[in-house]
Design a protein around this ligand. Sequence first.
Ligand code: ASP
Ligand code: MG
Length: 438
Amino acid sequence: MKVLKFGGTSVGSRENLTRVRDIVAAVGEPRPVVVVSAHSGVTDELLRQARSAVKGKWSVRKLRQRHRKLYEEIGVDPAVVDPLLEELRDLLRGLSLVGELTLRSLDLVASYGERMSVRGIAAWLESQGLPAVPIEAYDLGLRTDSRFTSATPDPKCFPSVRKALRSYKGKLPIVTGFIAKDKDGNVTTLGRSGSDFSATLLGAAIRAEEVQIWTDVDGVMTADPRMVPNPRSIPTLSIAEASELAYYGAKVIHPATMLPAVDNRIPVRVLNTGRPEHEGTTILAEVPAGKGTVKSIAYKRGVTLITVSSTRMLLQSGFMARLFEVFARYDMSVDLVATSEVTGSVTVDCDKQLDAVVKELSECSEVQVDRELAQVCVVGEGIRDRYGVAAEVFGALKKARLPVRMISHGGTKINISFLLEEPHVRKAVRTLHKVFFG
Ligand code: ASP
Ligand code: MG
């Protein structure tokens, strides 16, 4: 059995819903489990209304219109979502009376998006000759803890989810992404864009042969299409490679949300609803050896480099610990690290709290701050096994006369990262893309 997940845009227009119908129909037997997001724009509007309700102003008009317009276009009776819209209105009114918005209520409000979309989409598929049944994931038994707005699922619920899904034989289960319940029966959400997570969780629960994440891109690319003229999509990625790329904002799913599937050796495929014939990218626990050296050239702008030197601290134990402790206390996440005997350099990608950090570090060392840098990262498991990748990278940069500020080549050796001045980043990405992808 396969799990197919369709995001908000994929279920957001008549054109895309038609594609969804064809994609689902083409799977045939055994019927897949279909996980869907709210129609695009709906979750944002729900959260907006919740926040405004506590200030005394709310309306479900926009939400009603959004669903009515789409459903009229696809020939579904908009009344399928009326009972939920009524409920939602009462809920918003309640929030305005209480004048307080807890994370628990926020999740409850957000849950209406998916609860409405499964009803509309199931009705549409039915009308197209594909018997379908809308299901709230918590009715399958999907459980989480009570950390509202980013709840953690409890894998102990998998056997009951599996059993519950089996009982829908003969009909396509159209399951809500994003939402679940805690053990007390409160609605929870898995965090924004959490439907991917729902899909891999259900995949793990039923031990699916594959989880397909249908989006609006051809999978993961060899570089940002805005930066290079000829980016390609990457056929296979390991979870480690995908995680590296996600840090750089590669437009894929968040690696943590892939783990339930990948941990169970279930491949996760990222596919394009707009181009279903494209093979997309498959993410696996490990990629078979020999499948390409470098997979992608990623980058990030707005990086700050902080260099701390302290001759006094020379060779003293605990220097790095003290350095990191300061960053941790200010909730600043450190990314690249390079050290020598008397200096420690780290990069951060946010400026917030930086002044306070610098002030504190200056008490025991000399601190230099360089802003407006960019970080470029060459990613691929194959870097580990092949000689001279670093030479190729830095040779090409030298030829292109691009000065490098700091280098980091980690212990796992699946990436080579370096810093340069922000205005040079485009040239650097293009240069390296040409070296590795022609
Ligand atoms: N509808 C939710 C959101 O917009 C979940 C999702 O789309 O995956 O964040
Ligand atoms: Mg989404």
